[in-house]
Structures are given as structure tokens and as C-alpha cells.
Design a protein around this ligand. Structure first.
Ligand code: SF4
Length: 64
């Protein structure tokens, strides 16, 4: 599974950070940053939920 972020849609509101802070972070620069790591198990489920909840539909999950 891969996470794809459309940064042109993201408004850095940090909804996804609440779902999976291990993966998502909004930095002091007020931009979303992604930590690359294997998306497996419960973390994968939370990333999927983050994608569902993103109010800007900026997150996509691709199953390889
Ligand atoms: S929830 Fe969506 S719009 Fe908000 S910071 Fe995450 S990717 Fe960006």
C-alpha cells in the first residue's frame, strides 16, 4: 500500500495528523510533511481513515 498526497489540494488543517501522527506532521512552516515508512497493520488502517476524513480529498491510498 502506498500513500499519495496531492499537495495542491492540501490546506494543512492537520485532520490527518490526528489519525496517524507517525506518518503525518504539519511543521512550523505550516505545511504537511509525510514520514515514509511501511504502512501495515493498524497503521495502514489509520492512514486509510485519514484519507477518508481529509476534507480536501488530498490523500489517496494505492494498493500495490
Ligand atoms: S487532512 Fe488533508 S487537507 Fe488536512 S493536512 Fe491532511 S492531507 Fe492536508
Amino acid at each position: 500500500m502506498r500513500l499519495v498526497v496531492d499537495f495542491s489540494r492540501c490546506e494543512s488543517n492537520a485532520v490527518c495528523v490526528g489519525q496517524a501522527p507517525e506518518v503525518f506532521d504539519v511543521g512550523d512552516d505550516d505545511r504537511l510533511h509525510i514520514t515514509e515508512q511501511p504502512l501495515e497493520g493498524s497503521l495502514a488502517n489509520r492512514v486509510r481513515e485519514a484519507a477518508r476524513r481529509c476534507p480536501k480529498q488530498a490523500l489517496s491510498v494505492v494498493d500495490d
